[in-house]
Unconditional design. Structure first.
Length: 126
């Protein structure tokens, strides 16, 4: 279904998208950790001693990007394996075409969505 040029391009674009998403997710996680540290620094020592230890309020929020990254890494591996099978083994059929195409689409949407989520998170945490 797809030509060799399509699969070769996909095999080159998918790692690039993964690197870009890794950087964006790292920046998103660092921003949340920095905000949490600033909240901890503002706490009054009397309130902490009266109320007991402070709960980690941002723990679920900090794990969000981790699961997004795992999902995108799985999509990357599936797309990359399918692209290499199409190139190396000559499996150019509808299954590999739609697999690689959908993986590319998911990675492109992720690359566009993660910076928007980072911007939204930065505005929401202020």
């Amino acid at each position: 279904m797809g030509t060799e040029a399509f699969y070769t391009t996909a095999a080159q674009v998918l790692p690039t998208m993964l690197i870009a998403l890794s950087v964006e997710l790292l920046l998103l996680t660092q921003g949340r950790v920095r905000e949490w540290k600033e909240k901890v620094a503002k706490w009054d020592k009397e309130k902490v001693s009266k109320r007991g230890p402070m709960p980690f309020e941002g723990s679920d929020a900090a794990l969000g990007p981790f699961w997004i990254y795992v999902l995108l890494a799985v999509v990357f591996v599936v797309g990359e394996v399918a692209a290499f099978l199409a190139i190396g083994a000559g499996w150019r059929n509808a299954g590999t075409f739609w697999t690689v195409g959908s993986c590319l689409l998911i990675m492109i949407v992720g690359a566009a969505g993660v910076p928007i989520a980072r911007l939204d998170a930065a505005l929401r945490w202020r």
